[in-house]
Design a protein around this ligand. Sequence first.
Ligand SMILES: C[S@@+](CC[C@H](N)C(=O)[O-])C[C@H]1O[C@@H](n2cnc3c(N)ncnc32)[C@H](O)[C@@H]1O
Length: 288
Amino acid sequence: MNYRHIYHAGNFADVLKHAVLARLIVYMTQKDKAFRVLDTHAGIGLYDLSSEEAQKTGEWQDGIGSILDADIPAKAKPLLQPYLTAVRDLNPDGGIKLYPGSPKLTRMLMRPQDRLSAMELHPDDYETLHRLFDGDFQSRITQLDGWLALGAHLPPKEKRGLVLVDPPFEVAGEFERLADGLAKAWRRFSGGTFCLWYPLKQGAPIAAFHAALKALEIPKMLCAELSVRSDRDTTGLSGSGLIIVNPPYTLKDELDVLLPFLKDRLKQDRHASARAFWLRGEEVPERD
Ligand SMILES: C[S@@+](CC[C@H](N)C(=O)[O-])C[C@H]1O[C@@H](n2cnc3c(N)ncnc32)[C@H](O)[C@@H]1O
């Protein structure tokens, strides 16, 4: 396990993922009934962007660094507000030093009746995450293979919930594992909302991945993709995608507002593109 998220925290992929995660949680809070968030690949929860590791790549500067003080169009502003308020609340003196990973952002948006279960396998990152949530009875942090949690921890006893699956894609076969993991998890918790993250990069088998998901015959699967540059001259990440299963009915319209703004702010060359579409029952649009 070589992947450490500190090098990438707050980058363009985190911005899309965390902005959407915040929308999903805000939607969940609209009903009084308690929900649980299962975060299968949680990371360390809170990232110091002034650290040597984060400074080394500086990726956050082209991510949250381009968004936090941006002039946000009126329609997109309320949609980004929960996410950006969480980031600002961690940095009360202004600027941005601390950045919330998915479990911390989730926790900041939860209510007293809601619960978080977060899995992290890396021993050091697990220790850090566990310390961050020490004494918080609403959160359970476990050093466990997140793929196993998709079986063992579902359905949650609240019967309402959101499952975030955000693997590091450092070994071959993660796209297949993601589709298989969703199939297993959905059989156990078909009423749950799922959010799966995947990379856009040169050679990534996106069409095959989408085809594998379509074959699962899960009715409501929304796809959101944002590519910030051409993948031609880099073997690194050129963008990222999210699959949202059972999304709030408002999310597609929200993405149609958010993605053009994010593309505009985060683009690194003229090949930047974005699209949001239903995986089943809609012709797949080109990213534009
Ligand atoms: C992309 S990072 C997670 C970022 C986090 N979800 C966020 O948005 O802030 C992926 C994390 O998964 C951890 N990891 C890798 N394999 C895992 C596994 N099988 N089960 C649980 N965690 C794993 C890595 O150590 C890493 O911290």
